[in-house]
Ligand binder design. Sequence first.
Ligand code: GCW
Length: 691
Amino acid sequence: VVTDYDDCWLQYDRVDDPDRLSAYRRRCLHAYVSEEGPELRAVRQELRVGLDGLLGREPHLWQHPPRSQDGFLAVGRRDNMEVVRHAVDAAEVDGLDEEGYVLRATEWEGQDCVVVTANTDRGMLFGTFHLLRLLSLGEPIADLDVVEEPRAKERVIDHWDNPFRGSVERGYAGQSIFDWETLPDLRERYWDYARLLASTGINGVVVNNVNTEKPDREGANDAIAGMEGWQLLESENLEKVAALATVFRRYGVRTFLSVNYAAPMLVGDLDTADPLEDDVEAWWKRKADELYERIPDFGGFLVKADSEGQRGPYDYDRDHAEGANVLGRALEPHDGRVFWRAFVYSEHEDRAVQAYETFEPLDGEFHDNVTLQIKNGPIDFQPREPVSTLFGAMPETNVACELQITQEYTGQGVHACSHLPQWEEVLEFDTHGDGEGTEVRDLLVDRAGEGFAGVANVGEDRNWTGHDLAQLNLYGFGRLAWDPTLGSEEVTREWAAQTFGRNPSVVETVTRIQEESWPAVIDYETGGIGLMHMMYNGEARLENHYDPGPEEWPEYTGIAEDGIGLDRTPSGSDYASQYQGPWPARYADPETCPEELLLFFHHLPWEHELDDGTTVIQRLYDNCFEGVEAVRALRERWSALAGTVDERRHRRVAERFDEQVVQAERWRDSLVSYFYEYAGVPDERGRVPLD
Ligand code: GCW
């Protein structure tokens, strides 16, 4: 099928090394795939496309052991394939979870074979994508032996797509790919989207925005307009949701909905949504029954409650556990799950302290099938934040880490900014929650109900993600959710090879560009020592959360004539004391606080000296200027790839880099002038004040 959108990392370019090619052909040109559930249909389809591309020949698909001179690939279970029984012991598969698989090279009746097996069809699907990835990377398979299962059970992608307008909140890749007008008719693109997700190991998708209602109530974020996502729960819309679910199901991905807390009133005709009212409980149960009647493997609900104008249990003086559990009870008989967001804040001296104050006392109160979904940091997806204090503080609660795949605060669809190094930093953080060595990633893999949620960056654009390089954030989210011990660089490298081909120097350059992109953004958008939230937030003239607007937010930077930064130590808001182990003391002392977070925790004089003797103000100037230089260097490196990357994609990215340089200069100039205005200290190198 010819489509008008890109294949991203599923390029399946022909293998060029002749030895490799013949080794692959010998084992994979004939594929014997068992005839079972819907996922195996997806396996066959993927093998057709993938092997055709990689091997340069149409593969032969068999329903019985192929009578070929060569070897073959077998995808199926032990109980109905002899070659699989030969290659894999019963105990090995029995020990696997429902998404795990075994890939193994074997010799069977004189033939060289490769076996993909699992307990479930989903396992075989994930295993097939793993095998195709290895072939795409040109890895040897003669001694293949992989036994793998995902470390985190919940790996969900959250769309902030507004159903009836087709817009995407914080989306920078065009309109929503979901067309609710024409659903239940299915677009080809849905299938390809499901392929992309499954190939990275994602197993859940929330198809609508967490803002399900136009928030014209007090406290509403007026940047958010006109969404009526709550209507998806109405009976007449469920067939649309069910149709999408058939697509995702085939690829092992469960479908979820964001729901409005007041659904019993909006969708139903109750006059309350009080979670302790029997009528409300009964309404949610009926709705859940209706949903599962239509979508037997429905995933469950995602809820943003009491936040930015969305309704919630506080409207009835109930706490968040009471609020979430009524939904949990309704979904429980169906094996459904509630993802309940911890993104709750109100007017408060320091927003950072609030989520912990709200949720930590509720540890142990949430129903088993409720997952508390916590943003990586305490503020809001800023270029860099310390890790949220809720990680490690909720041992009796299932938690998920919410990451932003879309680049709301990191240059949106224009700037190159790989979020993988940022995620790696978050995942490696030692919370000391259960003593030393309790990293964030350890807290997300213990049991069902824990894992990852990522805010999608996908839209109708030809390249899906607006910026071609931003495809990595989608791919990397899935891979790190599957295995959070993978490193950013490793994942970036495999993405680059699958996306731009196996030429080692291209892979190396693209990987370096991606790895260095985030530090550059931090420098020019924040000055690099712990400031954040200095973006433009209005609606006219400039772009919301894209352009600089530091003067709007003095309360987030603590800027004053005597210095800059916020005191979050015991003499200030005391956010630092919410941490465990050595962190409260380490963060509370400017001498031991890591420099990259210094002004997040401290208000310091402009002339305060850092470790190397440089002053705070000078470091801010230097970093802002260096950030721009770093982007110029990235642009140069990309431009040197001309001729080695296909022209269309090369040009698209080159244009974005041109724009990024201009925009980085604007950020730099805006920030340094703002700092200068308060500090009154000129740059030692004569760059500030600006002419
Ligand atoms: O940071 C804010 C975003 C809102 C978003 C909100 C949230 C979906 O600016 O656009 O709303 O976070 O995460 O709920």
